[in-house]
Design a protein around this ligand. Sequence first.
Ligand code: HQG
Length: 181
Amino acid sequence: MNENIAKSASKFLSLVLRHSPEKIGLKLDENGWADVNELIERCNKKGNRMDAELLDYVVENNDKKRFAYNEDKTRIRASQGHSISVELNLAETEPSEYLYHGTVGKFMESIRKEGLKKMSRQHVHLSKDKETAIKVGSRRGIAQILKIKSGEMFKDGFRFYLSENNVWLTDEVPPKYIEFN
Ligand code: HQG
């Protein structure tokens, strides 16, 4: 499989399965699932090449395992990262003592004041290791890494969810649980 084709397919799938299914007239169910045949058909109709082989390749080989099939492979969804409202039905999970968040300098003042907010997504995204957080922050510039007192948050009643592709999700992180260094 040509990696450039797979990458652009993955980007397009992120767009339609996380943010704007209406761009190709696709309907997601309340849990974020799209019908695989319908997805393929509608992608092609809008000039975005897609077939079962390419979809399989992206699901299998995507660097962050962003997409997953249901059991019988008739449906597909993004495992996290949505801006549209979907109920992923993720199990509540106890996090380790610390999780990490990668951001950039220009957001720090606001984060110090109000903590981490969901912004345009459905959750605040956290990582279990610093390396991943550095990658997340580096998308926007020089990464600033925040250490999150997730164990303490959990004890205080905040809920945490682990997505199918191992991204930690929560609703917010108030400033008192953030180590800014
Ligand atoms: C920041 C990618 C000001 C936050 C990544 C972040 C991740 C605030 C940005 C996933 C703030 C939101 C999510 C506040 C948070 N004031 N800025 N109070 N609270 N922010 O993209 O975590 O490649 O929605 O620090 O790898 O960067 O798409 O979140 O910089 O897993 O699969 O507001 O997206 O995954 O940005 O990234 P995002 P994120 P994919």
